[in-house]
Design a protein around this ligand. Structure first.
Ligand code: ADP
Ligand code: MG
Length: 698
């Protein structure tokens, strides 16, 4: 039997394969491109393409595709076969350097937010050699960026790579000031923890809401939900174990470092965490993980739900973005060091993050905004929509001591003079687990917890990398000119703590008093919905930061805002229409049939025994009839709201109408429907209930 190490990365054209199949010269040039971003020579590209194709064909491939991440949120691919005709009527398998480097998908239907006029509808894809090519079925997938002919980014990868570049550049400036002249790059890395639900396909197929929208739009609370907390870290059921084993195999073959898996809080909810990798690779791997989860689930008669809130009243699913920055020499810049100098450097990077998160709270909120995630944030199950940072008591005390120039009252009492005194050693394990903070320091990394389970992690990391790069740029500008580096450093750290103290909160993020304090006393932002936050992408300070760093152009930002708002409107509209449809076609007829049968039976009883009150039937009929009337009335109101969207002048207005009329209309309609579900006999109800679905996997 083969072991994991035998087949790990067997479907990846990784460094091992490159080394084995490329000549030493070609390998060295390619490595330079991968590690240092050096441009690739066409002769090298030809040699790489040839080796890649041979490896792929030997492993059963017939096609290749440029694999990219358009703004729809999923990945896209268009397959071309390797075959080329030969004069003798046979075919040869061919793949040229130029096909590797650049592709031209007919991609006119991908959202471009007005960036791509029809005359240049094709756009192009460009090879990203920093993420390895891999095999999916019989297709060689080449990770690529996707741009318009005008050079505008039409995907998530392009700005992500740009943000990594600017972060590296600014962080290196700081490192040089601390005397590090050897590091060549600074890389941000991410370990995304992915939550999901697994339910039976049989149940899924019977629910139009799940099939059309990924979440249930109706459904009364089951008698047993997550009250007992007996699912979290509980014994994994055999059906789920079989799925996880199969999933791990598939992920490992693709070189994805799937590491931990466990049951989550809600019934049928689980989590998978990989070992962290470079942001770009982690993003590609997370997209692949989500895709493969769904494929493997199908093989097991299951459906994997990645929606942020598949079931009302039951915890939703998120994604924790564990983020840190390190040098190419392996020094984690968010890890306290052993010497005074290293500690001062650590505190400066820490301050850069604190400043970035406070200055760009809105961008971080925007980076996780979708209609689905709006249901989670602030619902006492996920961090609130208000962003704050958790540092832990010890680190907080250190910062306080610096800010107030008072002795630090830790294990040893001492005055803090940066760059001179040794910082007290923080024991990593003392960063007590605060699970309610949106942005928590966990010893040597930050955990950004607001991402929704279906979000691409690209967006959050683009904003994080850029905002931190901006802090570092400001610091470097100042420190490079300073007459006395140590004094300037000390003053700057002190000033940052003073200016940005409001963003630090070590208490319970789920507490409602916190929201009041955060918004009223501290002036932190609280954007509850996508419609609230998304317009702020175009706020002057945000546009200025992102364009001056070169991460986005103004046009790219505007197009992204419009596309995100369009996605929001479209997904809610589909939900509203699905609700209306389910009411008319299934729910109302089911209640009517049940009440009619009840009435018939009561009448029959009364015919037999005229003295009977039949109060059970009568009351039930009365209540269900009243509910049916409410349902009819509320369906009409919702239809009206949907109709009203036509009056919106632009996408901003439409999103506001979705938030103010359509979503409330949906919540209102749900109430009588869910009550009717409870009162209607099971054999009449047209869909499986929450209880049926949540406990469907054995
Ligand atoms: P915790 O128990 O604090 O959540 P884990 O060690 O389980 O920490 O890690 C959670 C996630 O964070 C994993 O995906 C892990 O690979 C990732 N991680 C650990 N160290 C780093 C780092 N330096 N940078 C980015 N991610 C990291
Ligand atoms: Mg975690």
């Amino acid at each position: 039997m083969s072991t994991v190490s035998d087949y790990f990365s067997s479907k990846v054209f990784d460094d091992r394969v490159m080394r084995a199949t490329l000549s030493a010269d070609v390998y060295a040039s390619l490595r330079k491109t991968i590690d240092e971003g050096k441009e690739l020579d066409i002769s090298v590209a030809n040699a790489v393409a040839e080796a890649m194709k041979n490896w792929a064909v030997e492993n059963g491939a017939t096609h290749f595709t440029h694999w990219f991440q358009p703004l729809t949120g999923i990945t896209a691919e268009k397959h071309d076969s390797f075959i080329a005709p030969s004069p003798d009527g046979s075919v040869i398998m061919e793949f040229k350097g130029k096909e590797l480097i650049k592709g031209e998908p007919d991609a006119s239907s991908f959202p471009s937010g007005g960036l791509r006029a029809t005359f240049e509808a094709r756009g192009y894809t460009a090879w990203d050699p920093t993420s390895y090519a891999f095999l999916k079925g019989k297709t060689l997938c080449i990770p690529t960026a996707f741009c318009s002919y005008g050079g505008h980014a039409l995907d998530k990868k392009t700005p992500l790579l740009r943000s990594m570049e600017v972060l590296s550049k600014q962080a290196l400036r700081i490192l040089r000031l601390f005397g590090n002249n050897t590091a060549k790059r600074v890389v941000s890395s991410v370990g995304p923890e992915q939550e999901y639900f697994l339910i039976s396909k049989e149940m899924y197929d019977q629910r139009p809401d799940l099939r059309f929208t990924g979440r249930t739009l109706f459904g009364a609370r089951p008698p047993k939900g997550q009250e007992l907390d007996d699912h979290y870290f509980g014994v994994i059921k055999p059906g789920v174990t079989a799925f996880m084993e199969d999933l791990n195999d598939e992920l490992w073959k693709l070189g994805i470092l799937a590491k931990t898996e466990h049951n989550e809080v809600a019934p049928a909810q689980h989590e998978l965490a990989p070992i962290y990798s470079t942001t770009n690779v982690a993003t590609d791997h997370n997209q692949l993980t989500m895709e493969i989860m769904q494929k493997v689930a199908a093989r097991h008669g299951l459906v994997c739900l990645l929606h942020e809130k598949p079931f009302a009243g039951v915890n939703g699913s998120g994604k924790h973005n564990n983020w840190s920055i390190a040098t190419d020499e392996g020094q984690n810049l968010l890890s306290p060091g052993d010497t005074p100098y290293e500690n001062a450097q650590f505190l400066l990077f820490l301050c850069a993050v604190i400043k970035a998160v406070d200055d760009y709270q809105d961008l971080l909120r925007i980076s996780v905004a979708t209609a689905g995630n709006d249901h989670r944030l602030g619902a006492n199950e996920a961090p609130p929509a208000v962003i704050s940072i958790f540092l832990g008591d010890e680190l907080n005390a250190v910062l306080e001591a610096i800010e107030t120039e008072t002795p630090y009252q830790g294990t040893q009492k001492m005055q803090m003079k940066l760059g001179v005194d040794v910082l007290p050693k923080f024991n990593r394990d003392t960063t007590d687990r605060n699970r309610t903070s949106p942005f928590a320091f966990t010893g040597n990394k930050f955990e950004f917890r607001m991402l929704g389970s279906s979000n691409s992690i690209a967006c959050a990391n683009i904003m994080l990398n850029s905002a931190v790069a901006e802090s570092l740029r400001i610091y470097a500008d100042r420190l490079e000119k300073a007459e006395d580096f140590e004094t300037a450093l000390h003053e700057m750290i002190k000033k940052t703590i003073k200016d940005h103290r409001r963003i630090i909160f070590n208490g319970n993020g789920y507490d409602e008093h916190w929201i009041a304090e955060a918004t009223e006393k501290r002036g932190l932002l609280n954007y509850r919905t996508t419609a609230d936050c998304m317009p702020h992408l175009m706020d002057e300070k945000n546009v200025k930061m992102l364009t001056s760093l070169g991460v986005f152009t103004v046009d790219e930002l505007k197009s992204r805002r419009d596309i995100m708002l369009e996605n929001y409107c479209k997904s809610v509209l589909i939900e509203a229409n699905t609700m209306i449809n389910m009411v008319h076609k299934r729910i109302a007829p089911a209640i009517t049939r049940f009440t009619a049968d009840l009435a018939k039976e009561a009448a029959e009883k009364k015919a037999l025994l005229p003295d009977l009150a039949c109060s059970y039937e009568t009351k039930l009929i009365a209540r269900l009839s009243a509910l049916t009337d409410q349902i009819a009335e509320k369906t009409a109101i919702l239809s009206e709201a949907v109709h009203g969207l036509q009056s919106a002048g632009d996408i901003l207005e439409e999103a506001a109408l979705i938030r103010d009329t359509v979503l409330p209309g949906m919540s209102e309609l749900r109430i009588p429907c869910d009550e009717a579900e409870i009162l209607t006999a099971k054999s009449y109800w047209p869909f499986p209930t929450y209880g049926d679905i949540l406990f469907s996997v054995r």
